[in-house]
Ligand binder design. Structure first.
Ligand code: PMP
Length: 365
C-alpha cells in the first residue's frame, strides 16, 4: 500500500530494484547481476539473446515439451505431434503458427532426462550452439539424479551457455530454487511469478560477464565497447511489483518452504496410495509443492511419457471441477501458502472418488 502512495510508475530505475536484486542474490548467489522484465516470456527471450551475444553462436537447444513462454524459439516443440514413425527422432516442430523457417533451423530439440541422446545431439551441434535452456523440473517432472550436473559439464566442455528457467522452480522448491536444491549453477537464470508477489514480473540474472552485455542502448550515445543487448521497457522493475515481491520473498522465509514441501509430499503420497487402491494406472510426479497425476504405466521421465492418456486426465479434471477443485487442465499443480492439511486430505478423497468413477473408462483405454 505504501508504494502506491510513493508512486506507481517512473519509467526509470528505483532503489527498490537494488533491494529486490540483493534479496535474489542472497538466495541465488550465482546471480551476480539481475535485470527485471514484465513477464517470464521476456526474461527467457533476453536470456537466449544474451547467450547469443556472449558466444556469437546462433542455435538454441531446448527440451521437447518444455515451456519458456511464447517467444519465437520458445514456441517450438512445446506440444509436438509425434507420429509413431518419428518416435525416436527429435525434430523441431512448429506446433504454433507464425514461425519463420529460420526459427526451426536455429532450434535443436533435446529429450529430457536422456543423457546419451542429449550428449550426442549436443556434440553434433556443439560449434553452433549458443545455449541450452532447461526447466530444471520440467513441467513438474524432476530431473534424474545427476542429469543437471551432466548438463553443466557438457555445457562447460563445449563452451555453451547453460540457462535454467526457474520461472516455476525459483523460490518455490527451495529459497534458492532448483539450482540450490540440485547444487548446480547455471550461467543465466530466468525468473518470474513468485518474485513479483502476484504482480506481473520476470527477471533474468547470472554471471556478470554475460549480464554486462545488456544495456539501455541509445542510438545517440552508442556503447563505447560496441553493440549491447538492448534492455528497456516502461514497466520493467515496476515499483508495485517489486514492493509486493519483496514482501512475498521475506514472508516465504518464515518457515513456508517446510510447510509447502511437507504438504506437497503428503499430497503426492496420498495420490499414489489412492491410485493403487483404485487400481488406477498412474504416475504421481512432482517435487516440493508441485504435483501431477499422469495416466501412464511408464515411469514419467520426459514429455512423451508424461502425456500418455490425456482423455482420462481430462475426465478427471472435469470431475474435480464439478467437485470444486480446479487443477490446471492436464497440467501439474501446486499447493500454496494458504493450503492446509485439510485441503490436502479433501483433495485426495475427491480424487479417489474420481478414480473410482473413471474405472470403466480406464478399462477401455
Ligand atoms: N517459463 C516457465 C517455466 C513458465 O512456466 C512460464 C509461465 N508459466 C514462463 C516461462 C512464462 O512466464 P510468463 O507467463 O510470465 O510470460
Amino acid at each position: 500500500m505504501n508504494q502506491i502512495e510513493n508512486g506507481t510508475v517512473f519509467g526509470a530505475p528505483t532503489e527498490l530494484e537494488i533491494t529486490h536484486a540483493a534479496e535474489i542474490n542472497r538466495r541465488m548467489p550465482g546471480l551476480e547481476k539481475v535485470r527485471y522484465t514484465v513477464t517470464g516470456t521476456e526474461a527467457c527471450m533476453f536470456a537466449v539473446r544474451l547467450a547469443r551475444a556472449y558466444n556469437g553462436r546462433r542455435k538454441i537447444a531446448k527440451f521437447e515439451g518444455a515451456y519458456h513462454g511464447t517467444g519465437e524459439f520458445a514456441s517450438i516443440s512445446v506440444h509436438p505431434h509425434i507420429p509413431d514413425a518419428s518416435r525416436n527422432r527429435r525434430v523441431p516442430a512448429a506446433d504454433t503458427a507464425g514461425l519463420p523457417p529460420e526459427s526451426l533451423e536455429n532450434t535443436v530439440i533435446l529429450p529430457f532426462n536422456n543423457l546419451e541422446a542429449v550428449e550426442s545431439i549436443v556434440r553434433r551441434n556443439s560449434k553452433e550452439l549458443a545455449c541450452i535452456i532447461i526447466e530444471p523440473v520440467m513441467r513438474g517432472v524432476p530431473p534424474k539424479s545427476d542429469f543437471l550436473k551432466f548438463l553443466r559439464e557438457l555445457a562447460d566442455q563445449f563452451e555453451i551457455v547453460l540457462i535454467f528457467d526457474e520461472v516455476i522452480t525459483g523460490f518455490r522448491i527451495s529459497a534458492g530454487g532448483a539450482q540450490e536444491h540440485y547444487k548446480v549453477r547455471p550461467d543465466i537464470t530466468t525468473m518470474g511469478k513468485i518474485i513479483g508477489g502476484g504482480f506481473p514480473v520476470g527477471a533474468v540474472g547470472g554471471l556478470d560477464e554475460i549480464m554486462s552485455l545488456m544495456a539501455h542502448q541509445s542510438v545517440k550515445f552508442p556503447a563505447p565497447q560496441g553493440p549491447k543487448v538492448p534492455h528497456a521497457g516502461t514497466f520493467n522493475a515496476h515499483p508495485i511489483t517489486l514492493a509486493a515481491g519483496l514482501a512475498a520473498l521475506r514472508e516465504l522465509d518464515q518457515g513456508s518452504y517446510e510447510k509447502l514441501n511437507s504438504l506437497g509430499a503428503k499430497l503426492r503420497e496420498g495420490l499414489a496410495e489412492v491410485s493403487y487402491s483404485k487400481g488406477a494406472t498412474t504416475q504421481i510426479t512432482g517435487i516440493g509443492s508441485l504435483f501431477n497425476i499422469e495416466f501412464t504405466e511408464r515411469e514419467t521421465s520426459d514429455n512423451r511419457s508424461a502425456t500418455a492418456d490425456l482423455t482420462l486426465r481430462r475426465c478427471l479434471d472435469l470431475y474435480l471441477l464439478n467437485r470444486g477443485i480446479y487443477l490446471p487442465p492436464t497440467h501439474f499443480g501446486c499447493v500454496s501458502t494458504v493450503s492446509t492439511e485439510g485441503h490436502v486430505d479433501e483433495t485426495i478423497n475427491i480424487i479417489s472418488e474420481g478414480l473410482e468413477l473413471l474405472k470403466p473408462l480406464a478399462r477401455q483405454s
